[in-house]
Design a protein around this ligand. Structure first.
Ligand code: ASP
Length: 317
């Protein structure tokens, strides 16, 4: 069977504020085109996923790389993972603070170490050793919009924020509706190349006002990111703790292995996320036959998909 190389990209399941609709659409469209150019130029699925996510990490309208959200104590701690469905080779970083493209660092871990997952200082030190050009400062990653949200929440919540994080979070949701539908803007991509090889990747600044050291689903293999040529590739987004508990990306791939196509697997997985633990989120999927699917139970999930026979991507918010 002929494989039509394709890529699907997301810009985070949750909500999109009005002023970011345009920038988000442009960003995911550019990312899909960048991925398709790689696939047309005989690059493989892994190259396409990395290229697409690097564009989104450079785009400050998303919560990944530049534009990442701030932690409770005002820092940036990013997570990312990439996985090759042909070999199951995977690389991931958690809580990195000084890297411009966490997805590329994750790929270096997959290809240049015997490990899968590096976190915190060790991951930042590894970046300095293997890709010094990727190292950057907090000042280069932080944007005004994120600082303002952090300052605003701190001002309104005062000591309650440090007074017991869990209690404060509940109050945050009750008293600060902005956080209920706060755009999370995590990014992800899944691609299939002409050989039928599949890859998936996800990159994020995580949850706004998270505790320092919190790692979400995005870099956890099988939770936010998974790829296996025998089933498919998945990038998940949404409430990280719920996605971890349901190992959502691997659950979606297992559904494909049991006979569902990409769309059906995505729908069943998101239904499971909700009925099992009331989790909110979304998945983008490409199955082993090259079908593209996606599902989400949040207000919005910006996404774009394109194959090498299309002249422009199909973009939806
Ligand atoms: N899943 C991410 C996290 O919890 C957030 C997101 O997808 O927007 O860190």
């Amino acid at each position: 069977m002929k494989n039509v190389p394709a890529i699907v990209v997301h810009g985070g399941a949750w909500d999109v504020s009005r002023e970011l609709v345009g920038p988000n659409k442009t960003g995911i469209s550019h990312a899909a085109i960048a991925g398709i150019e790689v696939l047309k130029a005989e690059g493989n699925a892994l190259d396409a996923v990395e290229a697409a996510i690097r564009i989104l990490e450079d785009d400050d309208s998303f919560n990944a790389g530049i534009g990442s959200v701030l932690t409770l104590d005002g820092h940036i701690e990013m997570d990312a993972a990439i996985m090759d469905g042909k070999t199951l080779k995977a690389g991931a970083v958690g809580s990195v603070s000084n890297v411009r493209h966490p997805i590329s660092l994750a790929r270096k871990i997959a290809e240049e170490t015997i490990h899968v997952f590096l976190v915190g200082k060790g991951a930042d030190d590894f970046a300095r050793a293997v890709c010094a050009q990727e190292v950057c400062s907090f000042g280069e990653l932080v944007v005004e919009r994120r600082k303002k949200l952090w300052e605003d929440i701190n001002e309104r919540m005062g000591d309650k924020l440090v007074d017991g994080y869990l209690k404060a979070q509940v109050e945050l949701l009750d008293k600060y509706p902005l956080l209920k539908n706060v755009p999370l803007d995590t990014v992800g991509a899944v691609a299939i190349d002409k050989n039928g090889d599949i890859a998936a990747g996800t990159s994020t600044g995580g949850m706004p006002m998270k505790l320092s050291g919190r790692i979400g689903d995005s870099p956890l293999i099988g939770c936010g990111t998974y790829a296996d040529n025998d089933s498919g590739g998945v990038s998940a987004t949404g409430h990280g703790e719920s996605i971890i508990k349901t190992t959502l990306a691997k659950t979606t791939c297992d559904l494909i292995e049991r006979g569902h196509n990409a769309q059906k697997a995505a729908d069943v997985a998101i239904d499971f996320l909700w009925t099992k633990i009331g989790g909110k989120g979304g998945v983008i999927v490409i199955d082993k036959n090259g079908n593209v699917g996606l599902s989400y139970n949040t207000t919005k999930m910006p996404r774009a998909w394109m194959n090498t026979e299309m002249s422009t991507p199909e973009v939806t918010i």
